[in-house]
Structure formats: C-alpha cells, structure tokens
Design a protein around this ligand. Structure first.
Ligand SMILES: [Cu+2]
Length: 155
C-alpha cells in the first residue's frame, strides 16, 4: 500500500485503490488540498471518461450533405450536417472555405428550428474545386466536439 492509498484509507473514504499513474501524478503535484479528496475527483473524472453514456452524449456528425469526400454538382446551395445530439446554437459553428482559405459560405450557420440536431449554412455560388467544411458543436449537455472534412465541386 503506497502513501496515497493509505491516506485514503485513514480518511475513511471508500477503499478504492488508485492506479499507480494517478497516485504518482497527484503525489508529485504538490497540491495542498486533502489528498483523498483529489483522489475521489480523479476517480469521478475517470468514471465519466470511461462511461459509454458520456461518449454517446457528445454530438458528432451522423450524416452530411454533401457527404465527406464526395463530389457534387456546382448547383450546391448549402452544407448540412445531421448530428447525433441536439446542438446549442450559440456555441456551435459551421463554415466552408476554398483552398485559398476564403470563406465561401454566407455566414448564416443555423440550427433547424424543427430539428435541433440539424445544422446548416448557405453557400455563395461555388466554382469547381475542393472545399473544406469546418464545424464545432456544443451539445445541449455542454460537451464540445469539432472536426472538418472536404468535398469537391465537379467542373
Ligand atoms: Cu457529451
């Protein structure tokens, strides 16, 4: 039994045994909070990270139009992403850039008022080429995700 777990036991906390990596990180950190309290916070965080429910609650793209990596006609007027969880509109973003880094959307990214998982932005008229979609999402449970993908407009 190392110093950390012995302190936890003496403090009367639940007799969890800290993994050595956590124990060393806390012991080396010189934090002046009660050690058993820090350990419990770390276990709570680890439990959240390990929980499948916490992962599923994050909002990721389920489908997109145009789809990632696809080639589409130049008549494209919008980019739309269907997310796995409802989005917080004021803390989510969706932008489209050409290969020179110019923003080619109409800067009107909006969550569908009838489907809070549906996020879209209108496009200016696109010429042939490859475009990058950059998104960041805050789901209603306040978890943040972000990503990007490209699509190509055919000549
Ligand atoms: Cu989440």
């Amino acid at each position: 039994m190392n110093l950390l777990t012995r302190q936890v036991a003496l403090a009367g906390a639940s007799p969890l045994v800290a993994p050595p990596a956590f124990a060393h990180a806390v012991a080396g950190a010189r934090v002046f909070l009660p050690t058993h309290r820090i350990t419990l916070v770390i276990f709570a965080a680890a439990a959240l990270l390990a929980s499948p429910g916490a992962v599923l609650a994050h909002s990721f793209p389920r489908t997109a139009e145009p789809a990632a990596g696809s080639t589409v006609p130049s008549a494209l007027t919008a980019v739309m992403i269907n997310f796995t969880e409802a989005l917080e509109p004021h803390f989510s973003g969706l932008q489209v850039f050409d290969t020179q880094g110019h923003q080619v959307d109409k800067k009107d990214a909006h969550v569908d008022p009838h489907d809070s998982k549906r996020f879209s932005v209108d496009l200016t008229s696109l010429t042939a080429g490859t475009y990058k979609v950059v998104w960041h999402a805050t789901s209603v449970d306040t978890h943040k995700t972000q990503g990007s993908y490209t699509f190509t407009v055919a000549p």
